[in-house]
Design a protein around this ligand. Structure first.
Ligand code: ATP
Length: 352
């Protein structure tokens, strides 16, 4: 097992696209780490650069004590599982799993042993003689994981490991992956564009945009205190409400309301701000932002309410189904105590 240390790392494609841009990142030994971000932000390129499948244009990649920046992929001690699993269709499950050992010219017996021992823990024991085409998506994923493990790598890299599974299998595979990683304690980096997956699985998350890290932290950090409005917008199953406003006489003036700012250093009078309130932290209140109910969506036990407020639309207010307001009625809401965030309207960074 090894820590991963990236220093000033850039990866530039021949067409000039700088997919990873001067990136610094330390991933701890044994950590389950998520790279999260929108399509095209450079997640896969970063993973491929750590694996040695792309060359760094500048900067370094270190695994444990070793600088592997110029080491070829096969000698880095890194196993990568690709989004489409990249199994060999003409080989059996056993041959697929043992493939890394065959490449290293291990004995037939060693290959068989590896296939048997890695497959047992992954629920593949009865499937060793099948070919990938005769397996479900979830089983194929497990074969790809078993093959990665047969490499006895120090670092496991997973590129969107759950994206090819249907919703139900995804949840099952998610739990399975988490348990497996915990049992093995293998330093694991997984790429996802699914924020819920990253929050559920990772010890820490790097949220990426345009080849750089916008925020690095635990799931609680990035969910509870997004560092800027980009992260705030990206994390959460319903996006955060981001309301444009200004500081006036010590209050936040947004959506026709005056809200008390969070405790802490005073905000500059006249400052233009964006006030962030997660839908989950909005609640009906006597004083706060008043709007007109425009949409009510029934979810079963609860209902989701959309409010049209002066100059803004507030989404995602959750009320018990039996307290559902009628469309067209007025409603006043406020953030739960301590749950209001203030961003600088210009820099988009978190102020308070
Ligand atoms: P996705 O979630 O869609 O897979 P990603 O975050 O993994 O996206 P990358 O695939 O790393 O992003 O792509 C980062 C940038 O590099 C994008 O602008 C992409 O168009 C570009 N890119 C990726 N692969 C190549 C390539 N082989 N040649 C040129 N440009 C590339």
């Amino acid at each position: 097992m090894a820590a991963i240390e990236l220093t000033g790392l850039s990866t530039v494609y021949p067409n000039g696209v700088r997919a990873v841009d001067e990136l610094d990142l330390s991933i701890h030994d044994g950590e389950f780490f998520a790279l999260l971000g929108p399509s095209g932000c450079g997640k896969t390129t970063l993973l491929r650069t750590v694996a040695g499948l792309e060359q760094a244009a500048s900067g370094t990649v270190a695994l444990g004590e070793r600088d592997v920046t110029r080491t070829e992929a096969g000698k880095r001690g890194v196993a990568m599982v690709f989004q489409d699993y990249a199994l060999f269709p003409h080989m059996t499950v056993a041959q697929n799993i043992a493939y890394p050992l065959r490449v290293r010219r291990a004995s037939k017996q060693a290959q068989r042993d590896a296939a048997e021992s890695t497959s047992a823990g992954l629920g593949l024991a009865g499937l060793l003689e099948r070919r990938p085409g005769q397996l479900s998506g979830g089983q194929q994923q497990r074969v790809a994981l078993a093959r990665a493990m047969a490499m006895s790598a120090e670092v496991l890299l997973l590129d969107e490991p759950l994206s090819n599974l249907d919703a139900r299998l995804r949840l099952e595979a998610r739990t399975f992956l988490k348990r497996l990683q915990r049992d093995l304690g293998l330093t694991t980096v997984f790429v996802t564009h699914d924020q819920a997956e990253a929050l559920a699985l990772a010890d820490r998350i790097a949220v990426m945009a345009e080849g750089r890290i916008r925020q690095l932290g635990t799931p609680k950090d990035v969910f509870g205190r997004p560092a800027d409005t980009f992260v705030a917008n990206f994390i959460g199953s319903t996006p955060m409400n981001l309301l444009t406003g200004a500081v006036h006489d010590g209050f936040l003036e947004v959506a026709g309301a005056r809200l008390p700012p969070p405790p802490g250093p005073a905000l500059a009078d006249g400052a233009k701000v964006v006030v962030g309130i997660r839908p989950e932290y909005l609640q009906p209140a006597a004083e706060g932002i008043t709007g007109t109910v425009s949409i009510v969506e029934t979810l079963g036990v609860t209902s989701l309410v959309t409010l049209e407020c002066p100059g803004e639309v507030l989404v995602g207010l959750t009320v018990p189904e039996h307290e559902e307001p009628a469309v067209g009625t007025a409603m006043t809401v406020a953030p739960a105590p301590g749950r209001l965030l203030v961003y600088d309207a210009e820099t988009t960074g978190l102020l308070a």
